[in-house]
Design a protein around this ligand. Structure first.
Ligand code: MF3
Ligand code: CO
Ligand code: CO
Length: 293
C-alpha cells in the first residue's frame, strides 16, 4: 500500500516525538526546509541554521573587540601599518584567521581607507594626521565562520566635512538595517540608503556592494546600496548578509589605483563607510557585529 498523506491537526502533538505541538514543530520545519532549498536553487543563497548563526555571532564578537581596540589606538602620527599589526596579532591570538590576507592577492590582514579612499586601502607607510577620517574593515574567520564589519573613525579633531560624511554614512547603514524584516526586499534596503544619502547632497558608490557572508567571505546575495522599494529578493529568516554603504561627499565616480585594490573618489572628495553583518530573524533582524550607530 502507498503511503497516504495523513492530515495532522495544528494543535496535536508532533509525530516526530519532540513533545511540541505540530504547528510549532515539523510543520514549520518542512516549510523552512523547502524555502531553504528554493533559495539555494533559485538565488544560490545559503540560509543559515541557528548553530551557524551562533558561529558567526562568535566571530562577530571577536571582530568588535578588535575594532574597539583599534578605535583606542587611532591618533595623529599612527601609521596605517600599525593598525594592520594590531588586527593581525589579535586575530591570530584568538585562534582566528584574518580573511583579507592573501584574499585574491590582497597583501594585508585588514583594509584601512583614509579620506578620499573609498575602500580596500592597503595598510602601509601612510601616517594619519589630525582631521583625517579612516575606515577600518575587519573580517575574522573563527571556527570556519566569517563575520565582516567596519567603522569610520576621526583622527584627532574632525573637520566640518569629515563630521558630515561620517554622520551621513553611519545613518545610511542604520536606515538600511532598520528596513530588514521577513517579507521586506533587498530593494527596500537600497532605497532607504540611497534616498537618505542623496537627500543630504551626498552620493552612493555603485561598484562595491554588501554580500551574503558566514560560510564564505562573499556569498550571494549582492546587497546594493541603491534601489527601488519592493524590488529584489524577498528577505527570509536565516539570511545573513552585510550592509556596507560607501558614501561620498562629492560625486559617486571612482577609480582603482595601480596597486589594483585602493578605490578612490575621482573628484578627491571624502568617502566614509560603515558595515555590519546582519541576520534576518523571524521578527526582524539581529546584528552579528553589533555596535551603536
Ligand atoms: N571586507 C571587505 C568587504 O566588506 C572585503 C575586503 S576584500 C580584501 O567585503 F581583500 F580587500 F580584504
Ligand atoms: Co563586506
Ligand atoms: Co568588510
Amino acid at each position: 500500500m502507498k503511503n497516504k498523506a495523513v492530515k495532522i491537526g495544528q494543535n496535536s502533538l508532533c509525530p516526530c516525538g519532540s513533545g511540541k505541538k505540530y504547528k510549532n514543530c515539523c510543520r514549520n520545519k518542512k516549510i523552512e526546509i523547502s524555502i531553504k532549498e528554493e533559495y539555494k536553487r533559485k538565488y544560490d543563497i545559503y540560509l543559515k541554521e541557528p548553530h551557524q548563526i551562533e558561529g558567526i555571532r562568535k566571530s562577530g564578537k571577536l571582530l568588535i573587540s578588535i575594532l574597539n581596540q583599534v578605535e583606542k589606538m587611532i591618533k595623529p602620527g599612527l601609521k596605517t601599518e600599525d593598525i594592520n599589526t594590531l588586527v593581525h596579532e589579535e586575530t591570530i591570538k584568538a585562534g582566528a584567521i584574518p580573511a583579507p590576507l592573501n584574499y585574491r592577492g590582497f597583501p594585508k590582514s585588514v583594509c584601512v581607507s583614509v579620506n578620499e579612499v573609498i575602500c580596500h586601502g592597503i595598510p602601509g607607510d601612510r601616517v594619519l594626521k589630525d582631521g583625517d577620517i579612516v575606515n577600518v574593515d575587519i573580517t575574522p574567520i573563527l571556527d570556519g565562520y566569517y563575520s565582516d564589519a567596519s567603522k569610520t573613525f576621526f583622527v584627532g579633531t574632525p573637520s566640518e566635512q569629515g563630521k558630515k560624511i561620517v554622520s551621513v554614512a553611519a545613518e545610511s547603514l542604520k536606515r538600511g538595517i532598520q528596513t530588514i524584516a521577513p517579507g521586506a526586499t533587498l530593494g527596500d534596503i537600497g532605497y532607504a540608503i540611497q534616498s537618505y544619502a542623496e537627500s543630504c547632497g551626498c552620493s552612493v558608490v555603485r561598484e562595491f556592494v554588501g554580500h551574503g557572508v558566514g560560510i564564505d567571505f562573499h556569498e550571494q546575495p549582492q546587497v546594493l546600496h541603491f534601489g527601488t522599494r519592493g524590488k529584489g529578493t524577498v528577505l527570509v529568516p536565516g539570511m545573513v548578509f552585510t550592509i556596507e554603504p560607501m558614501i561620498n561627499l562629492g560625486k559617486k565616480e571612482l577609480h582603482v589605483l595601480e596597486d589594483k585594490w585602493t578605490a578612490v573618489t575621482n573628484d578627491g572628495s571624502l568617502s566614509a563607510q560603515f558595515e555590519q553583518t546582519l541576520a534576518v530573524t523571524e521578527t526582524g533582524w539581529e546584528s552579528l557585529t553589533p555596535y551603536e550607530l
